[in-house]
Write a protein that binds this ligand. Structure first.
Ligand code: BGC
Length: 383
């Protein structure tokens, strides 16, 4: 479907604010913000389709926004170093297009988006020939120090839930971000930072060891964990630490904490798909207990699974998932966040619709994951 490809690019460009921020969904009041997580994947997709100027404008927005809140980040680093609670001192997961904190409360303490931003920044450097603006180096240094100081502190997960835990998804995003900075800091990778390369490697190794030691049960990854400061929790008394989540795909694709064909990843994906989250239709659910808009099938996760399958060479499966994603586009070529098919909690759908209106659409992150999947498929035969 050539059209959806071009339309996705236009939809993303049209929703990019003059400041460079990617508004998560222009038609959904609570999503008229720019998330580091969504934005990093969107910028990556734009780099893949040759829209480098758009990606750069987002990275520039992200760098300016973080700098605008640098004092807060420094206070967080200081407090974490002294073992003090952060209170209100932390970088938010989303800001307005002008880089400000929004008026309504939000589960804003999330660390994955900043790790993913560093990863996407390195991908931007990989895909473009222009040097990165040297002023970004100060921001990268700050974000690295922030993540190094805070990685083991419990925070909300990527679905903005479960703040008492740490999450393999989040840890893998941080791991990928630190590795990306280590790569950018080496010769020719175009960002001269003051970052201590050995420290990066040490912390990245520590994160990987922690996930390997605590985050794998019965051969597969689990959704969430007790933080390193608390002794491991009995999985029976804490179901979160034994359940799975579709976002665990990201631990390999793209974060590379494990390789896509690592037996742990193969088992994790088999569990997610065969047993838990891909049970009826072709779309992927987030996790079993999901009740948000009744727990539908997520477009971005289905595309993500296709991206993973492409990486392990399962082309036919990748195409099936691509077709499912394409079939979710409406007459305007808009892709939603999720579709209300095979709902996990059908009795909870109406309540969300009454509270926040129809499901967010177009969701820029869904369009971005579609573009990434299309590019992944096109690369078959070129490698
Ligand atoms: C999701 C987040 C996402 C945000 C904006 C939330 O409902 O849980 O992962 O970043 O929407 O798209």
């Amino acid at each position: 479907m050539a059209d959806l490809f071009q339309h996705s690019i236009h939809i993303i460009l049209a929703a990019q604010a003059p400041s460079g921020a990617y508004v998560a969904c222009p038609n959904f009041p609570f999503y008229r913000y720019s998330w580091f997580r969504d934005g990093a994947f969107i910028a990556y997709a734009m780099d893949l389709v040759g829209e480098h100027a758009s990606a750069r404008r987002f990275h520039d927005w992200a760098a300016r926004t973080i700098l605008q809140h640098a004092d807060t980040a420094e206070r967080a680093i200081g407090k974490a170093g002294r073992g003090m609670p952060l209170g209100e001192d932390y970088l938010h997961t989303r800001y307005t297009a002008d880089g400000n904190v929004g008026p309504e409360g939000w589960p804003d303490f999330q660390l994955d988006g900043l790790g993913t931003w560093l990863w996407a920044l390195a991908e931007h450097a990989r895909h473009t020939s222009e040097p990165l603006p040297p002023e970004w180096a100060i921001v990268v240094d700050l974000v690295v120090r922030y993540l190094v100081a805070l990685w083991s502190i419990p925070c909300y997960d990527l679905w903005e839930e479960h703040p008492q835990h740490v999450h393999p998804y989040t840890l893998a995003a941080i791991y990928a971000g630190l590795q990306a900075v280590a790569w950018m800091a080496t010769a020719d990778h175009r960002l001269a930072t003051a970052v201590d390369g050995q420290l990066l490697t040490k912390v990245a190794d520590e994160i990987k060891r922690f996930v390997l030691t605590n985050g794998v049960r019965d051969g597969h990854l689990v959704k969430s964990l007790a933080p390193p400061s608390i002794p491991a929790v009995d999985p029976l008394s804490d179901p979160l630490t034994s359940s799975v989540d579709a976002s665990l795909i990201a631990i390999a694709t793209p974060y590379r904490l494990f390789l896509p064909d690592d037996p742990i990843m193969l088992a994790t994906v088999a569990d997610i798909i065969e047993a838990d989250l891909h049970c009826v239709g072709d779309g992927v659910h987030r996790y079993r207990a999901d009740t948000y808009y009744g727990g539908g099938e997520w477009v971005l996760l289905t595309a993500w699974l296709g991206w993973y399958y492409r990486e392990i060479g399962e082309e036919a499966r990748t195409r099936e998932l691509l077709h499912w994603v394409e079939a979710q586009a409406d007459v305007n070529s808009y892709l939603p966040e999720q579709v209300p098919t095979h709902l996990l909690a059908p009795d909870r759908y109406a309540e969300w619709e009454a509270r926040w209106g129809p499901v967010a659409k177009p969701l820029l992150w869904s369009h971005a994951m579609y573009l990434i999947l299309r590019r992944a498929l096109e690369s078959i035969g070129r490698r």
